[in-house]
Structure formats: C-alpha cells, structure tokens
Design a protein around this ligand. Structure first.
Ligand code: PLP
Length: 396
C-alpha cells in the first residue's frame, strides 16, 4: 500500500517515453529518437580528465552538503562573468541536477496549500514537483508567440501565491524571455512578496543574436535579489546529463533552508562530479561554443524542413534545442486504421509509421503540438525529417 500523495503525482511522461524508446531499440527497432532533452555530444575531455584525476587521488568521500568550496567559488565567478550577478559562495548550494534543485527549492519555500504560478507551455516536471511539495500549481498561458504574458500573470496572483517558476530559454517552446518582461515580473514579485524560481539550464543555447537575461541581474535592490532563486545545471551546457550536477543561488535564508533539507535528503552530491564541474567552469569554453554552433545549424535545418511540410506550422524559437510545431491541421485526417484525433495519436503514428520518436505537446500543456529535439546528428535529423514528411503525406 503506497502513500496518498503518490496517487496525485504523474510519473514523468518524457522519462517514460525515453524508457519505451530505449526498449524498442534494444529489441532491434530502428527508431530515431527526437524525444530526449539531452545533448548527443559526449562530455568534453578536459572535464572527464578532472574526474579521472580526482578518482586517482581518492576523492571519493562525502563532501559538505552544500558542495565543495572551490566549486561554489567557481560558480560565483561564472555568475559574475556570464550573468552579471554577484553571489557569495555561501549563497550557493549544489544539487543532483537542476531537477533536484528545483524540488529542494520548492520544498524550502512553499507551504502546503500555497500556490506556484507556472507559465505554460512548460517543462513536464514543474506541476508535479509543486504538488510533491504540497503546493498548488497555477498554470498561466503564455502569449501566442510563447512570450510571457505579464498581465495574465499579474491577474493570477492571489494572497496564496508563494512563487512563480519560469524557464528561459524555454523547454518546450524555445522562447527566450525579454529583459523587459523579466523586469516586470521581478517588480511584481517584490511588490506582492513572492519568489521567482528561475530555471536557466538552457542559457548557453541562444541563437540569432538573442540574449539570455538572468532575472537576478536585473535586481534593483538586495530585497529584489532576495526574491529570486536562480537554478542552473551542467547537464545541457557541458553535455553532462549523467553526472547529475546542478546548483541554486539564492538568499542566505533560502539557501539555509535548502541545505537543511539536503542534509536529510542527499547528505552531499557526487564527489567526482563536483571536481568535473570545477573543470567545466574554469576551463576553456570552446567546446560549448562548438556545440551551440552545431545546434544552430540543426535548428535551421529542422525548422526549414518542418516549414515545408504541408499543415505544419512552426515558430522558430530563439533558444534551447527544441521546436514545437503545431500539427492541428491534421486533426481528423486518416490513413489505414489511423485517425489523427490529437497530438498523442500523431506522436504514436509517427513512432509506428515513420519510426521517429517525438513528444506529444500535451505533455507540456501544449496540445496540438509536437516537441521535437534537434540535439541529434545531422544525418539522423535528415532521415527523421524525410520519414516524417513521408508519413504526413499519407494522411488525408
Ligand atoms: N529544467 C528544464 C527546463 C529541463 O528541460 C531539464 C531537463 O530536461 C531540467 C531542468 C533538468 O536538468 P538536470 O539534468 O540538471 O536535472
């Protein structure tokens, strides 16, 4: 018999789909996976070398709960250098990826029954993590072009609002929020006294001259900054998903609460990953630039292919590594036994008929869309787009 709380939590649909595709591949099916939000690159060698060296030196013990000091110092330097925001090492804590950091932050600030506003389309885990923390997710739509709708957010604020969880650059839309919109949000948070949890894991992936603005850098006062909980990770920027390394930057009060929880939940984060994280931040950033340049080519390619497919409408997001094409023009179309009644059926159709795995948009509160990851090789992307085009042409 399991606990009541688990009954109200959905398992991660994207993690489930990843497991299903892995199983199909294991059985010998030729599926091209454009479903996983994961760089297809390996972790750069100098980062792996640092972990190897730490292993050789026997750096295999528990570390402090909040992470080793040189890593937190490296994070502070990075935040100052790249995000133009100053934190001290005691305002940083390390977690097992951004995912675990977000959960710990929600546990630290959200009382049972309080509300966390989430602009949508949004990452699949946000609503469930809010529920796990005892809070109530309040979904607020973004504008048609996936930008933040400050007015709608303002109208959603109640006396129970404890925070807003934003993600820029955005998964699944690729939107990069403007400095003006973020500033408005920051002012609202101070005025109404709630937290902004800013998930910036895709910050390195911005294209066409778009600029990632960290909301903390817009702070007009210390009070302003204390209302922000900045969350970032090594997973996407450095192709380090398996290392499970992320971090939080926040006020001493919030970090203290997170550290208390982490001391009971995880004791400390993987020691070798922390050494790898130092090398990632302090070392050359050339591999990041190379990866981003490659994503940029793929983004243009996939976008142009989708755009040329009849009935597919796609917005070219400026960030992350996702496109979210609208496929509603196919609703009611059929082929053989298939009748496309929604994005879930369309994703299943593409899996079975085109052998490509994409995620139904409804998983991200974007029904009628498909989320396509372009973190795959150019050859795979070409083949996937050819197969998708062919499968769509069969639908009438
Ligand atoms: N936040 C967003 C928006 C994501 O898309 C993901 C992973 O897909 C994460 C956080 C989790 O990142 P990490 O691997 O650091 O836990």
């Amino acid at each position: 018999m399991t606990a009541e709380r688990v009954k109200h939590i959905e398992p991660s649909k994207t993690v489930e789909l990843t497991a299903r595709i892995a199983e199909l591949k294991r059985q010998g099916e030729k599926v091209i996976g454009l479903n996983v939000g994961e760089p297809d690159f390996v972790t750069p060698p100098h980062i792996c070398a640092a972990a190897n060296q730490a292993l050789k030196e026997g750096f295999t013990k528990y570390t402090p709960v909040m992470g080793i000091l040189p890593l937190r110092e490296a994070i502070c330097r990075k935040l100052e250098r790249e995000n133009h925001v100053c934190y001290t090492p005691d305002q940083i804590t390390i977690g097992a990826g951004a995912k675990q950091c977000i959960y710990a932050a929600l546990m630290a600030v959200c009382n049972p029954g309080e509300e966390i506003i989430i602009p949508y389309p949004c990452w699949v885990s946000y609503t469930e993590m809010v529920k796990m923390a005892g809070g109530t997710p309040v979904l607020v739509p973004c504008r048609e072009d996936f930008s933040l709708d400050a007015e709608a957010i303002r109208n959603a604020v109640t006396d129970k609002t404890r925070g807003i969880l934003i993600n820029t650059p955005n998964n699944p839309t690729g939107a990069v929020y403007s400095g003006e919109a973020l500033k408005e949000l920051g002012q609202l948070a101070v005025q109404k006294d709630f937290y902004i949890l800013a998930d910036e894991v895709y910050e390195a992936m911005v294209y066409d001259g778009a600029e990632h603005v960290s909301i903390a850098s817009l702070s007009e006062s210390e009070e302003w900054k204390d209302h922000i909980i900045l969350i970032n990770s090594f997973s996407k920027t450095y192709a380090m998903t398996g290392w499970r390394l992320g971090y939080l930057a926040a006020s001493l009060e919030v970090i203290g609460a997170v550290n208390k929880l982490q001391s009971q939940m995880v004791s400390s984060i993987h020691s070798l990953s922390q050494k790898a994280g130092i090398a990632a931040l302090n070392g050359s950033q050339d591999s990041v630039a190379d990866m981003v340049a490659e994503y940029e080519k793929r983004r243009r390619y996939v976008y142009s292919r989708l755009e040329s497919m009849e009935g597919v409408n796609c917005r070219l997001g400026e960030g992350a590594f996702y496109l979210l094409p609208d496929i509603r023009a196919y609703y009611g179309a059929s082929y053989g036994e298939w009748e496309i009644k929604d994005d879930i059926v369309m994703a299943e159709y593409l899996l079975q008929e085109a052998h490509i795995a994409v995620v139904p948009g409804s998983v991200f509160y974007a029904p009628g869309h498909l989320r396509i990851t372009y973190a795959a090789s150019q050859a795979e992307l070409k083949q996937a787009m050819d197969q998708m085009e062919e499968a769509l042409e069969k639908l009438h």
